[in-house]
Design a protein around this ligand. Structure first.
Ligand code: COA
Length: 374
């Protein structure tokens, strides 16, 4: 029986998995045996989704089939669209996403139960999240309703669903790379939340609802939105040093830096930095890239911390025109693949996840009636 508390379960090995390997010392991220650098240089988000779900890369015909299936599954039940329409425009898009995913289970009982049919739910959730987000965002932004657009890849459809315009090839590739990089990350907090829920033999939609709740927090998915707030606060490169040092002096965390597992630079940050620069150059706007580079220099010098994925993703979405409160939901539209791959793995090798705490409270108190209590 272990008797030492590992706060935050740091370095605790909770289960065996074949999905994702993070080498925190070498700065490598591996999906099902493939290095993320290789995948983002050559593959697409759809290929990565297939790889994470099925454990191998798809043949050309399987890939075409998956594209067709995801396109067909983009539609969500009209009752759910009407329910989204009743939510206030001021709602947080993460709350909308969590609510809609939870509600989807009611309309799709065939995929809800744990078992082989869960792959259908995994694919519908992946295909439908951009539609759900787009439906909500377009209403509050007074944009026209979404059309099917079957020729669009998942990444391009996401941009179209949110912004009512199809991306340029470079923009589509930048989003595709960002989605591949966000697709899985071993037992991060939201994936663990999904697996804990699935381990009770609860359904896929409940597991993903738990995961969305966990992703919402600023220490997890919410960091990229805060990075852009920091850049706005800094304003110009010459102010970066002063603003960052003042925050560190007040023991504030600089969002987009540090990581529980990586002891060197997060390899996803290295790849996205290049895309932040490429997109900035194409749009004639290198302001965010240059500000970020200055912040990286100061934080590394002052705290020895390296950037993580969230440092650069916000700059890419902002250059595309995506509002900052959609950054974390966009993260969810990709991580849903990892969550569901882990849930399927959990169902295959089920063991109720139920750790213990080290009780440090009293054990000998005696009950007294309310009127006798002080
Ligand atoms: N800014 C400033 N200091 C930071 C920091 C940051 N972003 N991240 C960690 N540190 C410091 C802590 O203050 C602590 O310093 P101390 O030992 O002097 O108290 C030390 O580094 C270790 O931090 P700790 O909180 O124990 O590390 P962790 O493994 O629990 O935290 C994160 C990992 C990701 C939660 C943390 O780095 C963080 O809060 N980062 C900002 C949020 C973020 O970018 N999240 C996205 C993750 S992909």
């Amino acid at each position: 029986m272990p008797n030492e508390v590992q706060r935050g379960l740091e370095d605790v090995v909770a289960l065996e998995s074949r999905i994702c390997f993070i080498d925190g010392r070498e700065g490598r991220l591996i999906y099902r045996g493939y290095d993320i650098r290789d995948l983002t240089a050559h593959a697409t988000f759809e290929e990565v989704a297939y790889l994470l779900w099925y454990g191998r890369l798809p043949t050309a015909s399987r890939l075409a089939e998956l594209h067709q299936r995801l396109v067909a599954l983009r539609a969500v039940p009209p009752e759910l669209l009407r329910a989204i329409d009743t939510l206030p425009a001021s709602a947080s898009p993460m709350d909308v996403l969590r609510t809609a995913v939870s509600a989807l289970a009611i309309y799709e009982p065939q995929h809800a139960g744990p078992g082989p049919n869960s792959i259908g739910g995994a694919q519908h959730l992946t295909a439908a999240l951009p539609t759900i987000l787009g439906t909500f965002h377009r209403r509050r932004a007074h944009l026209p309703p979404i059309e099917a657009r079957p020729h669009l890849s998942h990444a391009a459809y996401l941009v179209y669903a949110l912004l009512d315009r199809e991306p340029t090839p470079l923009e589509a590739q930048a989003v595709d790379v960002a989605l591949m990089l966000h697709a899985d990350h071993d037992l991060n907090a939201s994936t663990f939340a999904a697996r804990v829920t699935a381990s009770t033999l609860s359904d896929l939609y409940s597991a993903v609802t738990s995961a969305i709740g966990a992703l919402k927090g600023p220490l997890h998915g919410g960091a990229n939105e805060r990075v852009m707030e920091l850049l706005e606060q800094i304003g110009t490169v010459d102010r970066a040093e002063e603003v960052v040092r003042a925050k560190l002096a007040h023991h504030e965390r600089i969002m987009g830096f540090g990581h529980r597992v990586y002891k060197v630079e997060d390899p996803r940050a290295t790849i996205l930095r290049e895309w932040s620069r490429r997109l900035g150059e194409a749009k004639g706007n290198l302001r965010y890239y240059e500000l970020l580079q200055k912040v990286v220099e100061v934080v590394h010098r002052e705290k020895g911390l390296y950037p993580n994925l969230d440092l650069y993703s916000g700059s890419i979405y902002t250059l595309l025109g995506v509002p900052s409160d959609l950054f974390t939901p966009v993260f969810a539209t990709s991580r849903v693949v990892g969550w569901t791959a882990h849930v399927l793995e959990e169902y295959d090798d089920l063991r109720l996840i139920r750790p213990v705490s080290q009780y440090v409270g009293p054990t000998d108190l005696v009950w007294v009636p309310p009127e006798q209590r002080s």
